[in-house]
Ligand binder design. Structure first.
Ligand code: C5P
Length: 260
């Protein structure tokens, strides 16, 4: 997967669906990966699973032939982030991320180190994404705690442009931000979005949600979904329903039902 084919028009809805493996054991993660490896595009390994099961869980999922998005949101001095990025490449992940708030030099260090390591290993460089502002941060936190005085939307656009300038492949942004991020950056910029909830699922703690179909229509390349699949009685069925929703089939079917 190169930085260009991640936005390939031939990508299926399945390729675009990222399952957040937010579980507390390697065993559970492997069980889900085995069950759903043909059904989703990427498996996201985040802080909880990585802390519980270590880098070995990433190797094992990769060895099963699955694509992994390593969601560790690196934010440190450029030299340290460069080192961590090299290790992410060695693990064989297809995508990883850093915080845009780490600045241009840090983001450049991540992309450069990933590129050099991939070249040495004769493998493709993973997609490197920048997290703009976490969806759990609101305007009030931004202003009162972080003392960032511009609006949240303007700050997100600013950070997306910064990531663009640093040579990052794309950003992680909330569904509400997709349209304006798209306007602010180059065309082949990847947008991956969490905060997606199928119409039939509980919103949990996600506040500003969109449905899978809405997120894809707004221009998301990838959507990340966790609990609606993880907590479903039948995760495989939940995935299929989501893919149908992403394809807009549900809408079409509803329209058909209403006509009958
Ligand atoms: O269970 P749920 O679908 O809410 O999971 C969303 C996933 O996306 C979680 O792993 C969460 O850490 C991640 N995420 C998020 N909001 C962000 C960045 C990442 O929900 N802004």
């Amino acid at each position: 997967m190169t930085k260009f084919d991640v936005r390939n028009a031939n990508m299926t809805m399945r390729d675009r669906l990222v399952l957040a493996l937010d579980v507390d054991s390697g065993r559970e993660a492997l069980h889900l990966a085995t069950e759903l490896k043909e059904s989703v595009g990427l498996f996201k390994v985040g802080h909880q699973l990585f802390t519980a099961a270590g880098p070995d869980i990433v190797r094992r999922i990769v060895d099963m032939g699955c694509r992994v998005f390593l969601d560790l949101k690196y934010h440190d001095i450029p030299n340290t982030v460069a080192g961590a990025s090299a290790e992410a490449v060695k693990l064989g992940v297809r995508m990883f991320n850093v915080h845009a708030l780490g600045g241009i030099e840090m983001m450049k260090a991540a992309v450069q180190s990933a590129g050099e390591t991939a070249e040495k290993l004769n493998t493709e460089r993973p997609v490197v994404l920048a997290v703009t502002i976490l969806t759990s941060t609101d305007e009030r936190t931004l202003r009162r705690e972080l003392k960032i005085t511009r609006s949240l939307r303007r700050e997100v656009c600013h950070l997306a442009r910064l990531a663009n300038r640093a040579g990052m492949d794309g950003v992680v942004a909330s569904p509400q931000e997709i349209t304006m991020v798209r306007r602010a950056v180059r065309n082949d910029f990847v947008v991956l979005t969490p905060g997606v909830r199928p119409a039939w699922a509980n919103q949990d703690d996600q506040k500003r949600v969109m449905t899978p179909a809405e997120a894809v229509a707004a221009g998301a390349d990838y959507i990340v979904i966790g609990r609606p699949i993880l907590k479903a009685e039948n995760p495989g069925e939940a995935v299929e329903k989501i893919i149908q929703e992403m394809s807009g089939q549900m809408k079409a079917e509803k329209a058909k039902d209403q006509k009958i």
